[in-house]
Ligand binder design. Structure first.
Ligand code: PMP
Length: 354
């Protein structure tokens, strides 16, 4: 830290993204990326759009917003595009939380939420998940703050039913409820259909996971037009050209190929179920994940040891140095071949121990 760094950020602990190794070739099961490349049409459109990069991008993402609205059965006024869904989430912390309105979220959830709260200097309250990592819905009744819920949750993968989301919306009519659906396409149920009914609902989704575009940085928020206008005020006050021209072109092409994306998402969900069964058969505990990752633990591999041993064998997974989950690991779902290698490697580790 330089001596010029503002004291207002002294307490800030930045988010630590998963490792992106550059030298050695690993099987990468640590950052919930898709193992499948984007559709060929996406690459073609990006190459075409590159010719127009002398101009600024459209800050309204007009064409992409229209395509997305049509795809989701919403109107363009219901949507704002963002630089990854992280940016839409940050806008929501900026716009909807303050000293009198804390952010409220589970103790075990996406690790960026406390960082967004701290950088925006807004208070937050964490609500413990139950012992089985499920959400106690009644904990959110009239909770007095802006609610952030990842559904399916990360890193547990456990999903809430739309009726449970609806209850939280109905019991907090004077506060926004932000439902972060980064992983919804792998077996969750979206709350997008509730947008017309609840003015306090904001749904956030991403092109990073089921749409194979993590490196592009494209996400969006959907909600009633007034909530969206508030987020746009944040956009135009920080970075009007937040979604670059290549991302807009790629997003349109990607939506036109959504069948390709959904097919891969279904394949990933199937591979997840196969991997889960194999791990359970080897003595693991694993949650009922509806995401493109598993959350698992094994008595022979306490703490970070599973991550460390797998890394030695060329496989990266994610471990979080956090109370309650120190004996658990998050394992992204790759191709079936990747997961077969994982299972074989686990067998070797168990043998080496014996
Ligand atoms: N929400 C959750 C729950 C996530 O795990 C992630 C991925 N790290 C994001 C949002 C953000 O993803 P992106 O910015 O790539 O859209």
């Amino acid at each position: 830290m330089s001596r010029f760094f503002s004291p207002k950020y002294r307490e800030l602990e930045a988010y630590t993204p998963g490792e992106q190794p550059r030298e050695r070739k690993f099987i990468k099961l640590n950052t919930n990326e898709s193992p499948f490349p984007p559709a060929p049409a996406v690459r073609e459109r990006v190459a075409e759009a590159a010719g127009g990069l002398n101009l600024y991008s459209d800050p309204e993402c007009t064409a992409l917003r229209a395509a997305l609205a049509e795809r989701l059965g919403l109107s363009p006024e219901n949507l704002i595009l963002s630089n990854g869904s992280d940016e839409a989430l940050n806008f929501a912390f900026m716009a909807f939380c303050d000293e009198r309105t804390p952010a409220v979220f589970p103790d075990i959830t996406y690790g960026f939420y406390p960082v967004f709260a701290r950088i925006n200097r807004v208070p937050f309250r964490t609500v413990p998940l139950r012992k089985d990592w499920t959400v106690e819905i009644s904990d959110y009744s009239a909770c007095g703050g802006t609610v952030f819920l990842a559904n399916p949750n990360a890193p547990t993968g456990i999903a809430l039913e739309p009726a449970q989301i609806e209850r939280i919306l109905a019991e907090n009519p004077d506060h926004p409820v932000i439902v972060d659906e980064a992983y919804v396409d792998f077996g969750g149920e979206s709350a997008l259909g509730l947008i017309g009914k609840y003015e306090n609902l904001l749904v956030v989704q991403t092109f990073s996971k089921s749409r194979s575009l993590a490196g592009l940085r494209l996400g969006f928020a959907a909600g009633n037009p007034e909530l969206i206008r508030d987020l746009k005020t944040m956009q135009y006050s920080t970075n009007p050209y937040n979604v670059d021209a290549l991302a807009q072109a790629a997003g349109i092409a990607c939506l036109a190929e959504d069948g390709y994306n959904l097919e891969h998402a279904a394949q990933i969900s199937e591979t997840r179920e196969w991997t889960r069964r194999e791990l359970l058969a080897r003595g693991f505990a694993a949650t009922d994940s509806r995401a493109n990752f598993l959350f698992a633990s094994h008595p022979a591999f306490p703490g970070s040891s599973l991550r460390d041993r797998l890394r030695e064998k060329g496989i990266l997974i994610r471990w979080f140095d956090q109370d309650r989950i120190r004996d658990w690991s998050r394992i992204s779902i790759g191709t079936r071949e990747d997961m077969e290698t994982l299972v074989r490697t686990v067998d070797r580790l168990l043998e080496e121990r014996a």
